[in-house]
Ligand binder design. Structure first.
Ligand code: AMP
Length: 285
């Protein structure tokens, strides 16, 4: 695996592959890699001849300076994992390369960026859309792979790609979890042993809430119960627990009678660590 840090080096590799008729997949990440990221790499390998993984802790998507400073950075270990996983090129630009002096453009995707994490983290999705657009244009990959764990992010990226006619296929991959159900996240490594135990309440509460709603429970009551359960487990604050339509993230105050698929989405803090998760709610039998 080659490690490159400039757009010119990256484009030279991709150009040569494309000239040889090969399909290119890209997996954008912020590093501190785990099996969730590697499942995206596997999906990319299955669909493309060549795989680029990007590792870039994007400063403009952090609304909280402490979160940016403490975000885990493990480039050497990441490179080893990616080489073992069969990645062809690791692209790891610096912040100065991505945002040189004078950089002045922001991409705002309205609608799907609003509320949920966009409400709790002002400017977050502008930062995400801007960096993902840059990474897609820098790589010029045929397909790009994103995790369903960041469900709102995928909707933001899909909307942006459609609206800007970016010539790339967006592929969404399922959430990888620990054996006990906690969604893998780079932030999990900042949890104390006690917080790690408490964190389990997030997937368990969402599962129970999804079951209750599918069984016909009143949605507002079920969401309030889930919020209270998370607070009782030690989450403080609970940013949101909401039921949304999977297609466009519109809020649902009842299970849709149509074929619209519904998803529970939540974000909550344990100490200084913010965790997010989501689950589909099966339609009523
Ligand atoms: P991040 O490094 O957290 O920005 O994540 C990079 C990509 O990996 C995003 O598309 C995430 O949705 C995806 N990802 C993160 N955690 C998981 C997980 N547990 N399962 C599947 N994909 C994930």
């Amino acid at each position: 695996m080659e490690i490159v840090s400039t757009v010119d080096e990256l484009r030279a590799r991709v150009r040569a592959w494309k000239q040889a008729g090969q399909r290119v997949g890209v997996v954008p990440t912020m590093g501190a890699l785990h099996a969730g990221h590697l499942s995206l790499v596997q999906a990319a390998r299955a669909r493309a001849d060549r795989v680029v993984t990007t590792v870039f802790v994007n400063p403009i998507q952090f609304d909280n300076a402490d979160d940016l400073t403490t975000y885990p950075r493990t480039l050497e270990a990441d490179a080893r994992l990616l080489a073992d996983a069969g990645v062809d090129v690791l692209y790891a630009p610096t912040a100065a390369q991505m945002y040189p002096p004078g950089f002045a453009t922001r991409i705002t995707v309205s609608g799907v960026s609003e509320g949920l994490c966009g409400g709790a983290r002002p400017g977050h999705f502008d930062g995400v859309a801007t960096v993902v657009c840059k990474l897609l244009m820098q790589t010029l990959a045929d397909s790009a792979f994103f995790g369903e764990k960041d469900f709102q992010q995928v909707q933001v990226v899909r909307r942006m790609v459609a609206d800007l006619d970016l010539p790339v296929e967006i592929v969404t991959c399922p959430t990888k979890r620990e054996p006990d159900g906690l969604a893998l996240s780079s932030r999990n490594r900042r949890l104390t042993a006690e917080q790690r135990q408490a964190a389990l309440a997030l997937p368990r509460t969402l599962e129970a809430c999804a079951r209750d709603i599918a069984a016909g429970a009143d949605v507002a009551h079920a969401l309030a119960r889930a919020t209270a359960r998370l607070a009782a487990a030690g989450f403080d604050p609970v940013d949101y627990v909401e039921l949304r339509a999977e297609t466009d993230l519109r809020p649902l105050d009842a299970m849709p009678a149509t074929t619209t698929r519904a998803r529970l989405l939540a974000a909550a803090w344990l100490g200084t660590v913010r965790l997010i998760d989501g689950m589909p709610v099966p339609p009523p039998a």
